[in-house]
Design a protein around this ligand. Sequence first.
Ligand SMILES: CCCCCCCC(=O)SCCNC(=O)CCNC(=O)[C@H](O)C(C)(C)COP(=O)(O)OP(=O)(O)OC[C@H]1O[C@@H](n2cnc3c(N)ncnc32)[C@H](O)[C@@H]1OP(=O)(O)O
Ligand SMILES: Cc1cc2nc3c(=O)[nH]c(=O)nc-3n(C[C@H](O)[C@H](O)[C@H](O)COP(=O)(O)OP(=O)(O)OC[C@H]3O[C@@H](n4cnc5c(N)ncnc54)[C@H](O)[C@@H]3O)c2cc1C
Length: 668
Amino acid sequence: MELVDHLRDERNKAQFDVEAMKVVWAGSPQELQLCDRMANLVANHPAFEKLKRPMLVRKELFKNSLRKAAYARKLVIDLGLSEEEAKWLRFYIDEPTYPDLHWGMFIPAIEGQGSEEQKEKWLPLSRNMQIIGCYAQTEMGHGSNVQGLETTATFDAQQDHFIIHSPTLTSTKWWPGGLGKVSTHAVVYARLIVNGEFHGVHGWYNYYSFSFFLYLEDHSPLPGITVGDVGLKFGNGAYNTMDNGLLRFHHVRIPRNQMLMRVSQVSREGKYMQCDDVPRQLIYGTMVSVRQTIVAMVSRTLSRAVCIATRYSALRRQHSSSSLVVPCFLMIDYQSQQSRLFPLLASAYAFKFVGEWLKWLYTDVKQRLEANDFSTLPEAHASTAGLKSLTTSATVDGIEECMKLCGGDGYLVSSGLPELFAVSVPACTYEGDNTVLMLQVARFVVKTVSEVGYKEPLGTSSYIRRLNTLLHNNCLVQTGEDWVKGDRIVEAFEARAARMAVTCTQHLAKFQDPEQGFSELSADLVEVAVAHCQLIVVSKFVEKLAQDIPGKGVKEALEVLCYVYALFLVHKHQGDFLVTGYLTPKQASLANRQLRILYSRLRPNAIALVDAFNHTDHYLSSVVGRYDGNVYPNLYQAAFNDPFNDSHVPDGYHQYIHPILNQTLAKL
Ligand SMILES: CCCCCCCC(=O)SCCNC(=O)CCNC(=O)[C@H](O)C(C)(C)COP(=O)(O)OP(=O)(O)OC[C@H]1O[C@@H](n2cnc3c(N)ncnc32)[C@H](O)[C@@H]1OP(=O)(O)O
Ligand SMILES: Cc1cc2nc3c(=O)[nH]c(=O)nc-3n(C[C@H](O)[C@H](O)[C@H](O)COP(=O)(O)OP(=O)(O)OC[C@H]3O[C@@H](n4cnc5c(N)ncnc54)[C@H](O)[C@@H]3O)c2cc1C
């Protein structure tokens, strides 16, 4: 039977080479080929079916996720997949499970914080999955406040042991993924006590937490260990596939050499030593690594929601403005729909490119760290923290908007959007609460501004070198077309970020106690950080356009997306641009007018731009976002696939409806 493509007319409108755009989106022909292979491997393997997932109860859901992880592991071994291939395989299976934490945090923690000897011992076991590990940092009472961790690790010189203990209820490890039921091992963060001294409250030691490599359980927990799951989470089929756990220690003894010893060591005699020149911040290194990974992946999450909403918007018709009866307008042709949808489409591309850049930055930092060069660590921390925060918040808001853009059908689980929202929303909290991370960026920016004159701003903050120009030269835009120039856009974002940063720094200087100032101005400081991070995203998009981009019309289509992203932000944050005096109201209104023109240029390419994400229908798992656009018959069918429709008479009908109809409620 010939398949009908209900979106064919839309696809024919494309003004660029979709196959070439797929390569740009993937990053390279090799990446495209790799992702395509892994996506189809998952899509065509019955073990990875996921449509029934939202109907399962927790225990079934969890068992199902274990089954999938086991099949994935079998495929990795049978097909001899590389770690990179296995990573994409897990990504397309699209179900949070313990291997995410094992590969994503446990192994990186050992790699980053273990001594050479420890790495040699534990990494082969971990990579072969002879042990399964998790990352146990957060406690019931302490998530963002890592310095406040209460779990203790007391050195016992006589037996050459550490004694790990949870002294209070609030010191219970709380949330670590994979901890509740599966992990055999954990990297545990704890406060160090040596020679009877509780270093946590004295001198510079009080900034320390230490990581320990711990054996947790075989089939039942080891003596002194209490372990369990934290309980049911938001969104049935979403994060409930993961055993986020709780963990308590009652004087559990571990050998001294299970303290991860790259950053600091405790000798046999009980002497504490910090390793030469290694900054204490390296203890936070795993978080930097994972934040970078989150940014690298988040564009795919947003692209998935945008793909669904764009395809449905290009199919569904509603009434015209002149006639409320005759349905003629495609939803995508409403200006208001475009003004909500197209900035999200542009954001997906913008986040992809900034993610690529961040990956490059992180690779560079990692190589430097290995060579004991820690100079770029502050930049890496600020960029990973800020971009993780900016992109996950925008993505989660974007998914919710896409749900609304699909009307009532977006709210159906079969649209794929509710689960996507539920599985994505914790990204605003895990790996650092987004507000807390933005405050870290603000600290970095304010510090850079305060040091002008005796320390050269580098990397993403190098615009602060031109502070004088940015503070005093106002925007030169005179026409709408003036807004679509890369250097002009970047300069506008630089001026806004610099002016906001300087104003905040000046306000902070008025406080005698800097910490009190920081606390009182924290809402403004978050806005400074947002401005700095948006500048990074815009400038990396503009830099991308300066590269050689092959394929008919590809660069032109990307230019439109870049300016949509930037001008949408100018419009959304026009208050910042106006208050800082960089823009006049007329220039702000020209930006908005130009944005509308850009929407009309983007419109014919909309479907092709989401096709370029190359998502399989399996990955989308959305009736309204399917590639062929054959929505309505499938929506109808999906309703009858719901087990709730197996029978006309639901459980409880005779018991609770009949008495009402028969007026025999008194018998209940
Ligand atoms: C695989 C995908 C699934 C993911 C599952 C999720 C897993 C998890 O959630 S794991 C738990 C994650 N937990 C978090 O992210 C906790 C968030 N909190 C933190 O990161 C920190 O405590 C933080 C940064 C907020 C504050 O730390 P604190 O020790 O108070 O530092 P603070 O005094 O503010 O800063 C001290 C210095 O360290 C620097 N610093 C802080 N963090 C880092 C870092 N990660 N790297 C480098 N430097 C850092 C600061 O910039 C500052 O530098 P300077 O002195 O030069 O100004
Ligand atoms: C699905 C999921 C998986 C997770 N996986 C892991 C894991 O594998 N391992 C692990 O160790 N942890 C894990 N966590 C825990 C996670 O890292 C923490 O939840 C996170 O760091 C936030 O800490 P918190 O929950 O204590 O929030 P809190 O720090 O209590 O924050 C609550 C509110 O207070 C605000 N706030 C807090 N501190 C400040 C401040 N200094 N200034 C201004 N505002 C502030 C925040 O903005 C937020 O609005 C996971 C969490 C979730 C939801």
